[in-house]
Every structure is written in C-alpha cells, then in structure tokens.
Design a protein around this ligand. Sequence first.
Ligand code: HEC
Length: 127
Amino acid sequence: MRALPIKTAAATVALFTASVFAAEKIDFAKDIQPIFKSTCIECHNPKKVKGKFRLDNKADAMKGGKEGKDIVPGKAEDSLMYKLLITKDEDDRMPQDKDPLPKDKIEKIKQWINEGANWPDGVTISK
Ligand code: HEC
C-alpha cells in the first residue's frame, strides 16, 4: 500500500498536465498564420499559385487546389495539406524544396485542422 500515494500523485500530475494541454486551443493568428507566412505563402499566393492552391485567404484555402479540397475541417488525416507535410516522399513534401517543418509546427497544423480549421473572417496573409 505504501506505493499507492506516489502512484496517485503521479496520476494526478499526468491528468493535470493532459488537461492543461487539451485546454490550449489553436489560435489561428498566433499559431498558424506565422507558419503559413514564413514557409508557404511564397508559392501559394495570388501571383504564384503552385498546385492551383492559394493560402493567402480563407475562401481560396478552403476551396483547395489542383487535387481538390486540401483542408478537411475536423479531419487532419483526410486532409491533403497534412499528408503533404508528413509524407516521406521528398518530391511531394511541403514546403517544397525545403527542410520539412519541425514536428511541433506540424502538430499545430494537425490540431488546427482537427479543431475545425478555424480561420477568422477577413484575415489575409501576404508575403
Ligand atoms: C517552393 C515552393 C513551395 C512552397 C514553399 C510550398 N509549396 Fe505547396 N506546392 C508547391 C507546388 C509546386 C505544388 C504542386 C505540386 C504538384 O502538383 O505536384 C504544391 C502543392 C501544394 C498543395 C496541394 C494543392 C492541390 O490541391 O493540388 C498543398 C495543400 C500545399 N502545396 C501546401 C503547402 C503548405 C502548407 C506549405 C507550407 C508549409 C507549402 N505548400 C509550401 C510549391 C510549394
């Protein structure tokens, strides 16, 4: 029985930590916009529309590109955007011709899509 209080304490800490992280929802302007701006927009803007995909405004981003819808709100695993971030195929991977995004940024985008890909109206991204 002596070990029990320690286990309980550890479980409480784990639960607490999990709930703190779960409570932290993605904020588009703070978490996502800077990633798109620094690593994606140069190839997905109104003048340079690689893959027929624009990422400078919500309507075009949600509409998708050459392959159709790229962001499926609520379903990162079904979203081509997410698949292109994690693919091992260097020719297909985004951002193209660059190093892959760090894991924490990929996780943020995944969480953003899974939380419904919220993009506040009127927010645009420029180079
Ligand atoms: C250096 C240029 C470049 C950068 C930077 C870049 N992309 Fe792309 N992207 C492309 C090209 C080229 C294609 C088309 C690939 C093809 O059709 O084979 C594409 C296609 C896509 C598509 C698929 C569009 C469709 O429906 O066919 C998505 C989604 C995408 N990019 C997302 C991103 C994201 C997210 C980033 C930033 C993390 C990014 N890209 C950065 C060049 C780029």
